[in-house]
Design a protein around this ligand. Structure first.
Ligand code: IPM
Ligand code: MN
Length: 323
């Protein structure tokens, strides 16, 4: 039976790269029953719709969601991010953000597990005396035992399927409350996984190691904001963000797959965006749908053309030719 997948091309280069992802999936012989959703900054500018409860309910009945990129310069920052992407992550409880990277020397792949529903992203905080000289803005970080533990457990489980090595990244020397909860949870869960070697890095040090010594990493687990920053760095050191793919997972529900990059309005419509991150995100989706054969073939094909250049369609052609 065909897998039922919701497609959100989104804004800017989003629809262009997703179109290539869809071509490649089809060429790999996987049948998808797709439902298109016209959402993003452009849609919002047209009729004010960001996301509706009805659409969210519909999504719960899908097998997966495949997203290009959302965001338009004409919409103030935060509106689409919070109203669409974060609402999707929070409401569908996509609590794992999984982002794999190829080490800069090509020697191995390492993966960052980013907690995806809490931390500074939770939206706790507010203004006092806004627009006065005495203005106060607070932005809290929400860390629940449940939220931390499920991310940590997912990371340990993943580590056991790989090289049995897991690094916690945080900033326990300064964030003494949130860091303490993360560290205690990590250490407690670690006792259940004696076969997994564990390590801890402060996030600032991790930034150095990502660049200078990524060999030390196999699976990394971290909070939402550190994970956001660290995965852009991961993309930058491993062939560029044009290759960085991601999965937003609810292991018990519907999951969403998207490239790490944004809508890149500066190159939108020119047909020059690199579709490989979207294609690789499509491979992650196929893995999740149980189409592991096709996923592996797509990954191998995409990796084999990663050093090449071409238009968006040409890059899609190259991957299909290499399948
Ligand atoms: C990402 C993006 C999002 C994030 C933005 C668009 C809200 O940067 O997926 O990494 O910060 O999580
Ligand atoms: Mn980001």
């Amino acid at each position: 039976m065909a897998h039922k997948v919701g497609i959100i091309g989104g804004d800017g280069i989003g629809p262009e790269v997703i179109a290539q992802g869809m071509r490649v999936i089809e060429a790999a012989g996987v049948e998808l029953e797709t439902v298109d959703y016209d959402l993003g900054g452009e849609r919002y500018l047209r009729d004010g719709v960001i996301l509706t409860d009805e659409i969210l309910e519909e999504w719960r009945g899908l097998d997966a969601l495949y997203v290009g990129a959302v965001g338009t310069p004409a919409v103030p920052p935060g509106v689409i991010e919070r109203g669409l992407l974060l609402r999707m992550r929070f409401t569908l409880d996509l609590y794992i953000n999984l982002r794999p990277f190829l080490a800069p020397d090509g020697s191995h792949e390492f993966v960052v597990i980013r907690e995806n529903t809490e931390g500074t992203y939770a939206g706790e905080g507010g203004f006092l005396r806004k627009n006065t000289p005495h203005e106060i803005a607070t932005q809290g970080s929400v860390n629940t035992r449940l939220g931390v533990e499920r991310a940590v457990r997912y990371a340990f489980e993943l580590a056991t399927t790989r090289r049995n090595h897991l690094t916690l990244v945080h900033k326990t020397n300064v964030l003494t409350f949130a860091g303490d909860l993360w560290e205690r949870t990590f250490n407690e869960v670690a006792e259940e996984y004696p076969q997994v070697d564990t390590a801890y890095n402060h996030v600032d040090a991790a930034c150095i190691y990502f660049v200078e010594d990524p060999q030390r990493y196999d699976v990394v687990v971290t909070d939402n904001l550190f994970g956001d920053i660290l995965t852009d760095l991961g993309g930058a050191v491993s062939g560029g963000v044009g290759l960085a793919s991601s999965a937003n997972l609810n292991p018990e529900g519907v999951s969403m797959f998207e490239p790490v990059h944004g809508s890149a309005p500066d190159i939108a419509g020119k047909g020059i965006a690199n579709p490989l991150a979207a294609i690789l995100s499509g491979a992650m989706m196929l893995d999740h749908l149980g189409e592991t054969d096709a996923a592996t073939r797509i990954r191998t094909a995409a990796d084999s053309v990663a050093g090449e250049t071409g238009t968006t369609v040409e890059m899609g052609d190259k991957v299909i030719a290499a399948l």
